[in-house]
Design a protein around this ligand. Sequence first.
Ligand SMILES: [Zn+2]
Ligand SMILES: [Zn+2]
Length: 509
Amino acid sequence: MANLRISGLAARPGPSLLSVPPLLRFLPLSIPPQLTLSQRINRRKKAKPPTDPNKPPSKRSHSSTRDPSSPSSSSSTPRGPKRRGAYTDETKKRNTALTRILKSCIRCRMNRGRCNPDESDPYGPCLTCKSITGPTLCKMPCYRYIITDASLYREQRAPYQVYSRRWQSMDIIDIPKNDWASPEIRWITVSPNHIRLPFRFPVRKFTPVEGDLLEEQWMTPHGKKTVPVPPYALADMHATAADMKEYVERIISDFILSTVGNEDLLLWETYTKAFRHIGSAKTPEERSLLGNTFRLWVICRLISNPVHICGEDKLGGQAIESEDSLHNGKVPMPMIMTAQFECINYTTFLRPWSKAVLKQLNELVLAKRRDYWLTIYYAMFVLLHSCAMMTRRDEETARQYDMKTRYANPESIRAHHTGAQTMLAHFHFINKGVIPFSLPHNVAGRQELAKAANLTDEQVNFVWRTATLAHDPERVARMRYVRERGLVGHDLYWVSMLYDKEWAPQSND
Ligand SMILES: [Zn+2]
Ligand SMILES: [Zn+2]
């Protein structure tokens, strides 16, 4: 983690240009069919039972699957499928299938107990939640979200096919030898449009095939406009992927600056503290989680911003002079390279890092250690805000291309939203008993807070400061406005739910 720069976060720059190359219509194959999120349950089907190594082993009847304080756990009133009377084979089969489909709820997972669905109301709360919550069910209802299933970015099956149809998956496959038009290797330098962060890589001229897009297109009030782009592509995708890994490490702090440096103080202050926590968190697990969270976050920003050629060699490309183009005054990077970078980004970074973040986050949450609270909060804050930004870009893309739907990638975005709710459900579960952002700002409150999450004085100050910002009437009004109107892509939409005293899942679009 030492190579993550944590300097350079002192100044707040101008606003960032939020724009994205059109990544339309590609519905992920890896995301399970989207199912409606009811108040109580998130139903997701899987063909096979999960083999998640983090999942606590199912303990059968010998372990206490209910709160011992619950009267119904007494042996004189046995419950559960085995004592319910005669079963037909059909019922047994159905029950097994049900357990597989439903998965454990958060409470049973956290308590490492078996989660038994109520047969008479299989999609309602599980027997454990029913037996211990009673009339105060709303305090922490039965949610069947699983952290390691969450989607932390907008998944896609393959690169945007309008750029090229050469890639039918995100596998990193170079252009075939016979398709190169010249042996000459040239080096170009590109940068995101809104912030100068140069990245250099080798390219080569290729012979186009049908489906390769060789012009940059944009919409104007007078219709579509185009300029030709030179037929060059990444010469070596694997080598460029390796260089990009180093590039990502270098640019995180600059991206934080350009993304939230001029935004709401709640965002700016939390990001800077979270980023510094990479170096100051006590355990390697926490440092690793936060490092990977920011790496993932920066890739999400990179795939959401247009890129231009900023070096001397422009490959013969011409600058676009049009206020309507995201590239006004700049030479766009050829689209076939965007397709190649999508393969690199998804395969090398997004998928493995997302998996790592979810695994680490799941471990910290299931560990139920108060020391982890702040780290979990930081990670979730950054991931939730990232979800809002992804959503916003996807909505802008849908508008930019005059699509009739709210989102350009509705399925992926909905899965991403379910992922956000998974984060929130777990955060509120681990907050149960102590509400860190609502404790009084006095000596007793300070002591309770410090003890509840094992915080230093400085960390308590940060949580208090956060509480002050989160409860500031003007900000509260803004948060309410954003949520009442369902402005899911607003900076505050998801993060505001971290401060809810009684959080409940939102309907998922
Ligand atoms: Zn349960
Ligand atoms: Zn439950």
